[in-house]
Ligand binder design. Structure first.
Ligand code: NAD
Length: 489
């Protein structure tokens, strides 16, 4: 079958692919600014139906208790995506502007493979734990603890790594027995819509268990936070929107799981290989044009070697030319939209206003008149109090900050409203590990270690969110806990 001729421009509600109540809207290739085609534009009535369908599927079918069906359905989805891998790859590059090389990992193949972890976890999970006999208040009692699904999950996702984020919510939420309404970012509708067609045609997942609602209307996301039929909101996006989600969910005391922004630090200790560390830092901030929440965008280096560090990072980043993401060698593609490009540019302008300077980059590449490209940029000459060092830019922009020793480096890293991730480079492993232990962040890379993996929990401290995605912790986010006490006499 040729994938998705039709399903890309359809909502998926109650098992059916349907048109959007507000018609359709154009989805744009961020590398070319060309219209790729149409996505369904849902209205509030569509979202209302989707929530109703998810509620019914949870309350009236055996989905939440039929683990065998859930495991089969998730594996069928994984296999269906695998069968259409090459079509999905081209679609992802076009819809997201994702560099082709990243589709071998977190932009496509990684999240598909990670569905296995969700299915395997459900299959082997200890759903009931026997706490044995005890005599609380003198009454002989057999006690057990049962884990069961939370209910209807509203999943709201951003555009930067859409497969990764959509599937890191869908996989564990479904494995745990929930039903889901997925509201993806308006900018990357096809990557989500494709799941509806595959689920409808290739899996035994019952109608209403998964609903996918694409729309340009952000308020449909807020409907999920407010609606009493939704038991939990699983949100990934900016900290500002996360705050609204939390406030909207307060009226119904909904469970809220938030993966938010970051401004993570890359600490280079004074015993580190400075050239290697600063090159790695520069390279990683260029990946997918810096549109990763966990990318380390503050490079914190020994003061005595500040100029050298800036030059090395600028050497690396200046040599990475933003370009066509469909080419195999491209590291840095476009950012998602003109709006995002202008937002990044406004931060670059701010860096100069704040007294900083560019060691490379600083604007739009002259050789890319079309597409939402930004030059990889190193900002030097500012401290950690500058706004460009405190606020999330979400572009290929690195701010280099001096430190006066390990304690100061840790202080700078932790002096942020965020706490998503961090990196430490140092030659003495014990010293580097000691610094890593002091970082207030959800994931830490020491000397190039990779934490991204299906079995590793990912999430933030402070205003980077609450809860964890992936790993057993990520699965258990979607579970309630029920204690059952049975009189034993
Ligand atoms: P965003 O917050 O603008 O939008 C995210 C999603 O929320 C979209 O689907 C949007 O339609 C929806 N939305 C908007 N207003 C809403 C509301 N009031 N209630 C409910 N939903 C609403 O974020 P974005 O610009 O799409 O993505 C970039 C941001 O996402 C960055 O800040 C980045 O750090 C963050 N992010 C975080 C992680 C993580 O795991 N921590 C991962 C990826 C991206």
């Amino acid at each position: 079958m040729a994938l998705l001729a039709d399903g890309l421009s359809r909502l998926f509600i109650d098992g059916k692919l349907t048109a959007g109540g507000a018609g359709a809207y154009a989805t744009i290739n961020p590398a070319t600014e060309e219209v790729l085609g149409e996505a369904a534009n849902a209205d509030t009535a569509d979202m209302d139906r989707a929530i109703g369908a998810a509620r019914r599927a949870f309350d009236e079918t055996d989905w939440s208790t039929n683990t065998e069906l859930r495991v089969r359905g998730i594996r069928q989805l994984r296999d269906a995506m695998g069968e259409h891998l090459e079509e999905l790859r081209e679609l992802t590059i076009a819809d997201v502007g994702a560099p082709r090389m990243l589709t071998a990992g977190a932009q496509l193949e990684g999240p598909i493979a990670d569905l296995s972890f969700a299915a395997d976890t459900a299959e082997s999970y200890e759903w009931t734990q026997d706490l044995g006999l005890a005599k609380p208040l003198g009454i002989p009692t057999k006690r057990s603890v049962v884990r069961e699904a939370v209910g209807v999950v509203g999943a709201v996702t951003p555009w930067n790594f859409p497969h990764q984020i959509n599937l890191a919510k869908l996989g564990p939420a479904l494995a745990a027995g929930n039903t889901v309404v997925l509201k993806p970012a308006p900018d990357t509708p096809w990557v989500a819509a494709v799941l509806g067609e595959l689920i409808a045609e290739k899996t035994d997942i019952p109608a209403g268990v998964v609903n996918i609602v694409t729309s340009t209307d952000h308020s449909l996301g807020a409907m999920l936070s407010k609606d009493p039929r939704v038991d939990m909101v699983s949100f990934t996006g900016s900290t500002a929107t996360g705050r609204s989600v939390m406030a909207d969910a307060a009226a119904t005391i909904k469970r809220v799981f938030l993966e938010l922004g970051g401004k993570s630090a890359f600490l280079v200790l004074d015993d580190a290989d400075l050239a290697a560390a600063c090159s790695v830092a520069g390279f990683s901030v260029c990946l997918h044009a810096g549109q990763g929440c966990a990318i380390t965008t503050r490079l914190v280096v020994p003061r005595a070697r500040y100029d050298e560090a800036v030059a090395i990072a600028a050497g690396t980043m200046g040599s990475i030319k933003p370009g066509d993401p469909s080419k195999p060698g491209t590291v840095c593609g476009p950012v998602i939209s003109a709006r995002q490009r202008d937002r990044v540019q406004s931060y670059l302008d701010l860096a100069i206003e704040e007294g900083g300077r560019f060691a490379c980059g600083g604007g739009r590449p002259a050789d890319q008149p079309k597409g939402f490209f930004i030059e990889p940029t190193v900002i030097a000459g500012l401290g950690n109090d500058a706004r460009v060092a405190r606020e999330e830019i979400f572009g290929p922009v690195l701010t280099v900050i001096p430190h006066d020793g390990d304690d100061d480096a840790v202080r700078i890293a932790n002096d942020s409203p965020y706490g998503l991730s961090g990196t430490v480079f140092g030659t003495d492993p014990e010293r580097a590990a000691g610094v890593a232990a002091r970082l207030r962040a959800g994931t830490v890379n020491v000397n190039g270690g990779v934490w991204y993996s299906a079995d590793v929990p990912f999430g933030g401290y402070k205003q980077s969110g609450n809860g964890r995605e992936m790993g057993i912790a990520g699965f258990e986010e979607y579970l309630e806990t029920k204690a059952i006490a049975t009189a034993a006499n």
